[in-house]
Design a binder for this molecule. Structure first.
Ligand SMILES: [Zn+2]
Length: 491
């Protein structure tokens, strides 16, 4: 993300039971997908469709509901099907209700719940951030779980500048980012129920499949993570069905804004720009197209067939990345050089945060450092060595300021242990300079090979800072721990 407090940016199986080959036309007409995961291929880039078959056991969120932009609500039934892979028996389940965070300023209320068919009373904790379901029948490790939740989410519609901003109705666009009950992470029976610090990104989550049906007025276009598979209209009401492919969160908007699009390397990029700002919209589309192609050829192919960029006028951030989806604040939709850096930063997050996940609260530098350093690599490749040096010089200046204030230290630490200022400089600027130090030591070609290896090895997973050290050491055949100790751990 780029918050505007940051200094450096001021910135199936189609039971295609082929038994009926005698009547192929009939078979094709009846060949409806039975395995919901197989349908998820529809959101994937042609080069990545086999990733669905190789990830059969990830959670599936099926959400069916209605958006009312005038009431700022999303009312839905969510069925989450997943396997307990925690290594322990579950006696309760926790869901994260991001809209209820005071800084997000909305509401997510669950009116009823069942687990494997049994009704469960929903209890809340942590100021309604957490929903807790106590289970009468424990769920053993390895067992399948089906949780049905009836919920309604309400987005705030005023005072956006005092809020986190990604859940918001600005009159043109209703943004519903991370606005459904998201299962909390569990490792060895321990639930991660920490309340996120809203200085940074909020959502750390494992890859999942989303199958979302939205009914909404035809005055609005539904734009989200993933790909629309079907749509229908009845009078002034439309229903669209969306699949996400392998993604770790689901962002959703209903917007009246106009859009432009381009297809780059098989991915359709759409930009929903502010009213009357077509030129800025075209600039965003150009920057997004150039950066997507650069990252495809440098890091590895973006594995989805869509990327959406949507303008929002909440007044609180610059840009925030979500899987397959980016929100940009209206005042930043310009043709300035800063706008190019903002767009290419958020597009880079699709690789670092989206496909390769990390703990965004405790190791935020992992994705922010890569997204920031991608700005340098992009500028150098697209606009020449001087442009790359200039982009890097901004990070150097930020870091020098921090050192002058005796604020230097380890970059690998929780957001909670940093000020807004030191979080920005350490997690973005200093982390970018750490990656630059590695590139200087091992050379550009081996550095790029390391990123490609890192991307291939960690697709759809969650990493910490050592994952790239391993990839880079394999690439160079050298010891990079001294650089890690110096830059990342400050020892
Ligand atoms: Zn970022």
């Amino acid at each position: 993300m780029q918050h505007n407090v940051l200094s450096q940016m001021a910135r199936f199986l189609t039971l295609l039971t082929c038994a009926f080959l005698l009547i192929p036309a009939f078979v094709h007409a009846q060949a409806k997908v039975v395995d919901p995961a197989a349908d998820q291929q529809l959101a994937m880039h042609t080069s990545a469709r086999a990733d669905i078959a190789s990830h059969p056991d990830v959670p599936l969120y099926r959400i069916v509901g209605t958006i009312d932009p005038s009431k700022r609500t999303w009312q839905a039934i969510q069925t989450l099907t997943f396997r307990n892979q925690s290594g322990a028996t579950f006696t309760k389940l926790y869901f994260r209700l991001f809209p209820n965070l005071s800084d997000v300023g909305g509401s997510l209320a669950i009116s009823s719940a069942t687990v494997n068919g049994a009704t469960v009373v929903v209890k809340t904790e942590a100021n309604r951030y957490l929903a807790r379901l106590d289970l009468a029948t424990p769920i053993a490790n390895g067992a399948q779980v089906s949780v049905v939740l009836n919920f309604v989410t309400t987005a705030p519609g005023s005072n956006g500048s005092s809020l986190y901003g990604t859940l918001y109705q600005d009159g043109q666009t209703m943004s519903l980012a991370s606005a459904y009950p998201l299962l909390a992470n569990n490792s060895n029976g321990v639930w991660d129920v920490a309340v996120p610090n809203t200085t940074g990104d909020l959502v750390t989550s494992t890859a999942a499949y989303y199958d979302v049906s939205i009914t909404a007025p035809t005055t609005h276009t539904i734009v989200s993570t993933g790909t629309n598979t079907t749509s229908s209209k009845v009078g002034t009401t439309q229903t669209v069905r969306i699949v996400s492919g392998l993604q770790r969160d689901f962002a959703l908007t209903a917007t009246k804004l106009a859009s432009i699009n381009a297809t780059v390397d098989g991915t359709k990029i759409s930009v929903y720009y502010p009213n009357g700002k077509l030129t800025a919209g075209q600039a965003a589309l150009k920057y997004a197209s150039q950066s997507l192609h650069f990252y495809n050829t440098t890091y590895g192919q973006y594995p989805y067939n869509e990327l959406d960029i949507v303008n929002l006028n909440a007044g609180s951030f610059e840009g925030v990345e979500f899987p397959g989806f980016i929100l940009i604040e209206q005042p930043f939709f310009t043709t300035s050089a800063d706008f190019e850096s903002l767009i290419i930063h958020e597009v880079a997050h699709q690789w670092f945060y989206g496909v390769i996940g990390n703990d965004v609260q405790n190791h935020a530098w992992v994705d922010e450092g890569f997204a920031s350093y991608s700005q340098v690599l992009y500028q150098e490749a697209l606009h020449g060595a001087a442009a790359g040096a200039n982009e890097k010089s901004i990070f150097v200046a930020d870091y020098n300021d921090l050192k002058a204030q005796n604020g230097d230290g380890a970059i690998d630490r929780p957001i909670n242990s940093m000020t807004d200022y030191s979080y920005g400089v350490l997690s973005y600027s200093k982390a970018a300079l750490y990656f630059d130090a590695i590139r200087t030591k091992i050379g550009a070609a081996k550095f790029t090979a390391a990123i490609r290896n890192y991307y291939t090895t960690n697709r759809y997973g969650l990493v910490d800072g050592m994952a790239f050290v391993r990839a880079a050491q394999t690439s160079c055949g050298c010891d990079l721990l001294p650089l890690y100790n110096q830059w990342v751990l400050a020892k």
